[in-house]
Design a protein around this ligand. Structure first.
Ligand code: NAP
Length: 275
């Protein structure tokens, strides 16, 4: 049922459309996007996004690779709250596995409206010590994985004329991280992918944005020494390390109606450490 507010806003939209000469359809941007596929959702930020999107009523496919018991636990938490999360094991660097994952998602939910490229790995150390194997692994998961997933998602989104892609980058992709050069390269690459692809797919009513978090408490931070984290905390104007909710809230915003006019943007929940 329409409320009075709906009538008023529809009337004002109609007036605006007459003034500027656009069709009403152009103003009805994204009809409800209801299915989200999140890569690397067994742990950390991805797991929090999966349960939070499920709680908001989205259909969720949570991808995992090695951490099966964490993924099963996530599904059980959702079920205990009367929500459903579909799990799918796939290595995002393997095109055939990713294709099968999207096919299963579409079979189950009818579409993939939102893709969150979250799967990621980090490697720390001096640039001069880094190996070719480390370079290949980080670039494969963090960048090629997003390339493969986005390409497969887009086949479907372009024919539906709607969709959103959200890439999880990092502040190190913006400002560069000492002793995390390869990781910084991969995350800067994701920002390039975001901006260029946003321009290319905008005519199909698809948005592409990136989230570039600061340091967030997850297993990924476990390889960083506590004293280094303390220095980082002190250098952060808001005086704390981030938590998974800081990233999840940004993703929910971009996925929802509030994010409809954002594309090619990098939103950075980082406590002010990079401004
Ligand atoms: P995390 O706790 O280490 O979790 C990483 C996730 O990525 C896991 O679910 C893992 O799945 C998945 N993954 C790794 N390789 C994969 C592959 N080949 N295929 C599919 N999934 C794969 O990391 P996090 O801290 O939550 O980070 C999530 C994202 O945020 C990453 O892209 C990271 O770079 C970014 N980020 C993190 C921070 C931070 O401070 N934590 C800051 C900025 C950006 P399995 O365990 O099942 O293999």
């Amino acid at each position: 049922m329409k409320s009075e507010g709906d009538e008023i806003s529809m009337l004002s939209l109609f007036c605006i459309s007459k003034k500027v000469g656009v069709k009403m359809n152009d103003l009805n941007v994204n009809k409800k996007l209801s299915t989200v596929l999140i890569t690397g959702a067994s742990r950390g930020i991805g797991a929090d996004m999966a349960i939070s999107f499920a709680r908001k009523g989205y259909n969720v496919l949570a991808n995992y690779n090695n951490s099966e018991s964490n993924a099963i636990n996530l599904k059980e938490v959702a079920e205990s709250e009367g929500k459903r999360i579909m799990l799918f094991k796939a290595d995002v660097t393997k095109r055939s596995e990713v294709e099968e994952m999207f096919n299963q998602c579409i079979k189950e939910f009818g579409s993939v409206d939102i893709l969150i490229n979250n799967a990621g790995v980090d490697v720390e150390g001096l640039f001069t010590d880094a190996t070719d194997e480390e370079y290949d692994r980080v670039l494969d998961v963090n960048l090629k994985g997003a390339f493969i997933c986005s390409q497969i998602a887009l086949k479907h989104m372009i024919s539906n004329k709607k969709g959103k892609i959200i890439n999880i980058s990092s502040i190190w992709g913006i400002s560069g991280g000492s002793c995390e050069v390869i990781y910084s390269v991969s995350k800067a690459g994701l920002i390039g992918l975001t901006k260029a692809l946003a321009k290319e797919v905008a005519p199909s009513n698809i948005t592409v944005n990136a989230i570039a978090p600061g340091a967030i408490y997850t297993e990924m931070l476990e390889q960083i020494r506590e004293e280094d984290l303390e220095v980082f905390r002190q250098e952060t104007p808001l005086g704390r390390i981030g938590n998974v909710k800081d990233v999840t809230q940004t993703a929910l915003f971009l996925a929802g109606e509030g994010g409809d006019f954002f594309t090619g943007q990098v939103l950075s929940p980082n406590g002010g450490v990079v401004i």
